[in-house]
Design a protein around this ligand. Structure first.
Ligand code: NDP
Length: 327
């Protein structure tokens, strides 16, 4: 038997999330690597799944948890053997395949990567999909030629998991970071992570003009909607906007003006189906470039039982930083 955050819908369609004891024989047969999960985490998508807020879960019942770190117990995959320390991010785990908010998970070896040296399982999950996505955004800016001397970088949704880790990474790499947040009480926290200035998110979240005063050399946008449209409209000639999130909305009420008149590039960031080589590169960079003391400062640790309550905080937009789940 093993414990897991179990998501169920009954015949009437009523939803329930609870911590349950499950039988190992129920684990999905399509997995070829059995992993003893030591740590997991809560991302925005876990919040959506656990609170049944949008159709994240596409198969019922489901074990939640899009991220996991642990030790291989059994493997029928040539790339892994018992004792290997592994991490899993995305690939539909916790959506269509039983996930990692659980003591055990049966995963596909093709989805796993070896945990990078220099990161503990707890640190890897404090980073989680949120931090790995932040790194993908930073890599996106770098590959587009945005350098520290290019100018200021805007990070939206700054107190969230992606935003807070993006600030820490960019600051360490020498960029000047301006954060937008809806939590004025967290201004000192954000400055402690490395933001040079913190703006009220209302300055970007309302409808704005198609072209505005040029300010940003690059953007890490976690919230979409008018915020992303205004970020594009304020990006300097030739700058790059990385779009990874939709906390404000999935819409993009923009115009082509920033793209055709200022050569602004809008770069989409996807963590879920990113190829293994891209993941490994991002995790290598996280192991070398992330300030682990700051990661510790922005992380709180909860048990499996605490995951359900914390998921509701993420959905209410009141969460700050990362939630590590110690299994
Ligand atoms: P969090 O919940 O930790 O953070 C989201 C932050 O967005 C909040 O803390 C808040 O920051 C801000 N926010 C919340 N609601 C609103 C709103 N209505 N308007 C404007 N800002 C708002 O989530 P994550 O950081 O984990 O994820 C951020 C986004 O990135 C999510 O939309 C998520 O789905 C997406 N994501 C995408 C991935 C991908 O592969 N593309 C991977 C991982 C995440 P503040 O109060 O500081 O403004």
């Amino acid at each position: 038997m093993f414990k897991a955050v179990f998501l169920q819908k009954n015949e009437q369609g009523e939803f329930k999330a609870s911590v349950q004891e499950l039988d190992e024989s129920q684990l999905p047969g399509s997995g070829d690597v059995l992993v003893q999960i030591s740590h997991s985490t809560l991302n925005y998508k876990d919040g959506l799944a656990i609170c049944n807020k949008s159709p994240v879960v596409r198969q019922w019942p489901m074990v939640a948890g899009i991220d996991g770190a642990g030790t291989v117990l059994e493997s029928a995959h040539s790339g892994f053997k018992p004792g290997d320390e592994v991490i899993l991010n995305g690939f539909g785990v916790g959506e269509t395949h039983w996930g990692c908010l659980a003591e055990k998970a049966k995963l596909k070896g093709d989805w796993l990567i070896k945990r990078p040296e220099g990161l503990s399982a707890a640190q890897a999950m404090a980073i989680g999909t949120a931090g790995y996505t932040a790194m993908l955004c930073v890599l996106g800016l770098e590959k587009s030629g945005v350098k520290p001397e290019s100018g200021e970088i805007l990070v939206t949704g700054a107190t969230g998991g992606v935003g807070s880790i993006a600030i820490v990474l960019l600051n360490k790499l020498g960029y000047t970071v301006v954060a937008t947040s809806g939590k004025p009480e967290q201004t000192e926290f954000l400055k402690g992570l490395g933001a040079s200035e913190v703006l009220d998110r209302k300055l970007l979240s309302e409808p704005g003009k198609p072209l505005q005063r040029e300010r940003w050399a690059g953007v890490v946008d976690c919230v979409g909607s008018h915020t992303l449209a205004n970020a594009c409209a304020q990006t300097k000639y030739g700058g790059t906007v990385t779009a990874c999130g939709l906390a404000q909305g999935m819409d993009l009420p923009s115009s082509v003006a920033p793209f055709i008149l200022r050569g602004v590039a809008l770069k989409g960031i996807d963590s879920v189906m990113a190829p293994l080589a891209v993941r490994e590169d991002a995790w290598r960079r996280l192991a070398s470039d992330l300030d682990l003391n700051k990661l510790n400062d922005l992380t709180r640790t909860l048990s499996l039982e605490g995951a359900i309550e914390a998921a509701a905080e993420i959905m209410a937009g009141t969460n700050t930083g990362r939630v590590l789940i110690k299994i």
